[in-house]
Design a protein around this ligand. Structure first.
Ligand code: ARG
Length: 461
């Protein structure tokens, strides 16, 4: 019956409609290399338990090597009648080594424990690629921070001018979430490094196969403690999808800043030509499409996570075919990030900042008013009074159409006797920034420290 993994108890083959619904080779073929590695490890377990002689095991391994090369070359591909990658590759192995030996491989394993193991192997592998790409983006942000150690920009809350900050401080504020994403991937990897192989369909095997041997050969830390849980749980996939979505959200927030900075009104950054796009009708246009696509793809990554959680909700134990629906969304999340991250890193690395423009805008909107209040506190004025005095100075300056730094001695004295000319030491953006020396603050000395800390955290993750 055409190499199908089941059929003896059926009077007829599957209807074409069923076959069309059931088939998964168009996406689970991405697991082919992992399926073959799993088969190799399973052959070792069969040999160790005495179900394969040394010669048979050697023949099985040689056949799997040949199959692996043929799949890599593209000489073995899914046939229309194949239901999934596991069945297709088992049949292809039988074509190579014959039904006598090939038919022994399936003892003590099920596609349920296979697939649960392979998806972990796939995600663990891609986690390494993703981590590399995240580090490249962190490096680009850190390099820009290092290239602009003293540039000052308007810091905002509610998108309104709030207090002046170092550009480096802002850039590193986008790098920290990515460092935590790296740490999330690392923490996840520890939990994910489990092998359900040997759990069979759901209840474990009668053959005395050693699941620890399979786990070790696959580079996984340990076998699953519970065969039901091992075959039915997909929280490992959902958690990965969450981390991918969080990375997407972190990128989207950085993207939004770049998009806003790139407007004519802000004029803080210029994008490199190689990392921007044009318009088909407006010849002058230069658009931040990488940032916009990153922002847009975050929606797709969130969708992959919520779709997966919806699939898992209320599923009874143990394996249900619904679980086949875990792969397309999470494969898509991996692919999406593997495309977005390099483009995003290139865009960040080649950004040019107009630091003069930023510095010019930094004191506007009375953004030094907190500095005046805190200077008063250092002179012994209670903060409630200091807040009032500084607020009155803002009002007086606003009425005159001038900035705080333009208030003369007379106006200062008129607002409050506490406002001596010495207050001017904090009425420059450099003075303001330099005075924010509290832990995690924007003073250059603190920013240099946090940059070193960030680099070491990223290296440790
Ligand atoms: N292709 C399935 C999946 O991706 C694995 C096959 C399990 N099929 C079955 N009838 N138990 O989850």
């Amino acid at each position: 019956h055409d190499g199908a993994l089941w059929g003896a108890r059926f009077a007829s083959g599957p209807s074409p409609e069923l076959a069309a619904l059931s088939v998964s080779t168009h996406f689970d073929w991405a697991l082919a290399a992992y399926d073959i590695r799993g088969s190799r490890a399973h052959a070792s377990a069969l040999e160790a338990a005495g179900y394969l002689t040394a010669d048979e095991a050697a023949g099985m391994r040689a056949g799997l090597d040949e199959l692996e090369a043929a799949v890599a070359r593209g000489d073995v591909v899914a046939r229309p009648q194949d239901e999934d990658v596991h069945g297709a590759l088992e049949q292809a192995l039988i074509d190579i080594i014959g039904p006598e030996l090939g038919g022994k491989l399936r003892a003590g394993r099920s596609r349920n424990d296979q697939i649960a193991t392979l998806v972990r192997m796939y995600l663990l592998d891609h986690t390494r690629t993703l981590a590399r790409e995240i580090i490249r983006l962190i490096d680009a942000l850190v390099a820009q921070a290092e290239a602009h150690p003293s540039a000052i920009m308007p810091g905002r809350t509610h998108l309104q001018h709030a207090q002046p900050i170092l550009l480096a401080h802002h850039l590193l504020a986008h790098a920290w979430p990515l460092v935590r994403d790296l740490e999330r991937l690392r923490d996840w990897s520890v939990r994910a490094s489990v092998s359900p192989y040997g759990g069979g369909a759901l209840a474990g095997s009668t053959l005395g196969l050693d699941p620890a041997l399979v786990a070790a050969e696959l580079g996984l830390s340990r076998p699953a403690e519970n065969s039901l849980d091992g075959t039915a749980a997909r929280d490992v996939v959902a958690e990965f999808a969450f981390i991918a979505a969080q990375i997407g959200v972190d990128l989207s927030r950085c993207a939004e800043d770049i998009i806003v900075w790139n407007t004519r009104e802000f004029g803080f950054v210029t994008l490199d030509d190689a990392y921007s796009t044009g318009s088909s009708i407006m010849p002058q246009k230069k658009n931040p499409d990488i940032a916009e696509l990153a922002r847009g793809k975050a929606g797709r990554l969130i969708g992959n996570l919520t779709g997966l959680l919806a699939t898992l909700k209320g599923l009874p134990l143990a394996y249900n075919r619904d679980l086949q629906e875990d792969k397309e969304p999470v494969f898509d999340s991996v692919r999406t990030l593997e495309i977005v991250l390099p483009a995003f890193a290139g865009m960040v690395a080649t950004l040019r900042f107009d630091t003069e423009r930023m510095a010019e805008l930094a004191p506007q909107g009375f953004s030094l008013a907190t500095d005046v209040a805190e200077w008063l506190v250092r002179q012994g004025v209670p903060f409630r009074d200091a807040h009032e005095i500084s607020g009155s100075l803002v009002q007086a300056c606003e009425r005159r159409g001038i900035g705080l730094e333009d208030a003369d001695d007379e106006l200062l004295a008129e607002v409050s006797s506490h406002l001596t000319p010495a207050v001017r030491e904090v009425l420059t953006i450099e003075g303001s920034v330099a005075s924010r020396t509290g832990a995690g603050g924007t003073a250059p000395v603190r920013v240099a420290e946090q940059r070193a800390e960030l680099i070491s955290r990223a290296q440790g993750a």
